[in-house]
Design a protein. Structure first.
Length: 176
């Protein structure tokens, strides 16, 4: 049997369980003039009128349980809360821990691919597309204009770049 609470819960009528004797009592209290009221014992099984709950039939109880809260708008749902990382992994199952590790690895991999190259001389990693700070290689980009896959929205940019490169080559070849 469990021990009663140090500060006993009281009912609407003020009845509490005495922690020493485990009997139902109205504890002693102090009057406004300073005198003390005696503790009153309550007979077993007695329920005062203040503690009697209002009778609700089964249908009424079901309606009360399914009733919407005051001020609720039908069809409205609160916006989803932002996902917060769990405070500790102690309460997580094996599958949840495994999924969390996968998510972290995907995030690290994504951050790794988004890095801008430090050295432009490294050709083994592929060319970095100008104007795009993502660090993706030209072979991976789908929106580039090539002979195999023409993309006319990007083609005007590549024509300007190739025209500048051609003009530079011609300046170098010019005989004086």
């Amino acid at each position: 049997m469990s021990k009663p609470a140090i500060v006993p819960e009281t009912s609407a009528a003020g009845i509490a369980v005495d922690p020493r004797t485990l009997e139902r009592v109205i504890p002693e209290s102090r009057r406004p003039d300073g005198t003390v009221r005696k503790q009153i014992k309550i007979r077993p099984g007695f329920t005062p009128q203040e503690d009697v709950r209002r009778f609700r039939g089964t249908r009424q109880a079901q309606m009360d349980a399914s009733a919407l809260p005051k001020g609720h708008i039908i069809g409205w749902a609160p916006p989803p809360q932002a996902a917060t990382p769990p405070a500790s992994k102690a309460g997580m199952s094996k599958a949840q821990k495994k999924n969390e590790k996968r998510k972290e690895k995907r995030k690290e991999k994504k951050e790794e691919t988004e890095k801008v190259k430090d050295s432009w001389e490294d050709e083994d990693e592929g060319e970095v597309v100008e104007g795009k700070g993502t660090g993706t290689t030209s072979s991976e980009r789908e929106d580039l204009h090539t002979a195999d896959k023409p993309n006319w929205a990007v083609a005007s940019e590549s024509k300007d770049a190739s025209a500048d490169a051609l003009a530079d080559k011609l300046d170098k070849l010019e005989v004086r």
